[in-house]
Write a protein that binds this ligand. Sequence first.
Ligand SMILES: NC(=O)c1ccc[n+]([C@@H]2O[C@H](COP(=O)([O-])OP(=O)(O)OC[C@H]3O[C@@H](n4cnc5c(N)ncnc54)[C@H](O)[C@@H]3O)[C@@H](O)[C@H]2O)c1
Length: 368
Amino acid sequence: MSVTTPTRIRVGQGSAGDPAATDAYDVVVGADLLGELPGLVAGARRVLVVSSEGLRDAGERARAVLADAGFEALLTCVPDAEAGKTAQVAASCWSELGQAGFTRSDAVVGVGGGAVTDLAGFVAATWLRGVRVVQVPTTLLAMVDAAVGGKTGINTAEGKNLVGSFHPPAGVLCDLATLATLPVRDLMAGLAEVTKTGFIADPRILELVEGDPAAATAWDSPVLRELVERSVAVKARVVTADLKESSLREILNYGHTLAHAIEQVERFTWRHGDAVSVGLVYAAELGRLAGRTPAELVDRHRAVQGLLGLPLAYRGDRWDALLTAMRRDKKTRGDLLRFVVLEDVGRPVRLEGPDEADLVEAYRRVSA
Ligand SMILES: NC(=O)c1ccc[n+]([C@@H]2O[C@H](COP(=O)([O-])OP(=O)(O)OC[C@H]3O[C@@H](n4cnc5c(N)ncnc54)[C@H](O)[C@@H]3O)[C@@H](O)[C@H]2O)c1
């Protein structure tokens, strides 16, 4: 593949004179990156690699690299996807750490999709009130979103991501070659987050997709590599400025208000990226109705996501359930629904408490 030297993108601010005293870390994008793992956990004696059943080989490769470097390296494989993001699974990881005598200076490595990196981050955040975690994301969504930024969490019976903590990783290794085995539908779903990033902050992302949509879905293309690097760079900038989602970080939720509601109404049988794709078109239509978003920009949402084969519409008979779900969203404050809308590419603004008539009309426009 065309990947040569890895690209390093810094997240967080290093303090002059003592960079180790900060939460800053690098997201590395490239291939064959496992050789960087030992350096990232230096000082630890024991390392627990958390991976999932379907990714046992990838987890074992990471464990072997650490064992070869002299660490006492253990591997645990949790159930795939959301089945691994539970309190019971977290508790089984804590037991492993306890039985192996993990101390404050030991470390956890997450190898997998966003579900695994969320769980591994959460386990690391809570063991002895926080040990180091290194993330090795293996899906596009985890590379550009879940593994970057330090949000960790698990689900409860009442909903997704209700329990969690902010716990920045010590490093993130995005090995593009791991995407070779990712089903193309999952790759495409990750691209919904990539286009979101383009709309909120980086027009070049949109041009890359428009210029060669087929290359955007090929794991070994330089186009996909640039899309990953640019998306990570935007997320890095935003979370560096706003670690805990007080204000700027909100722009990353562009398209997500409706997307989360669709996921809930569909009981999480929709891929997150597919729901985000519809949510982006919805937010664009809402912005247009509120007099903020130009019509051509709304059309561009449909064009770009259409080129990637992402869904642009959702069934038209679910408004009451969607509205109820949006009102319950974690990010709703009081009774006011909050959206991010665009005045232009790269110019997101907050739209608070939009007219109910606009909400309904925007839904009509994204109804299949
Ligand atoms: N912490 C955050 O900021 C953040 C942001 C976005 C999403 N998330 C979370 O991320 C999760 C979704 O992540 P996801 O889309 O990566 O899904 P996922 O982790 O559920 O992975 C999807 C499926 O792909 C499999 N898989 C992973 N890598 C593979 C590979 N290289 N080859 C073949 N199969 C592979 C997994 O085993 C799983 O079955 C959700 O739980 C969501 O809440 C967190």
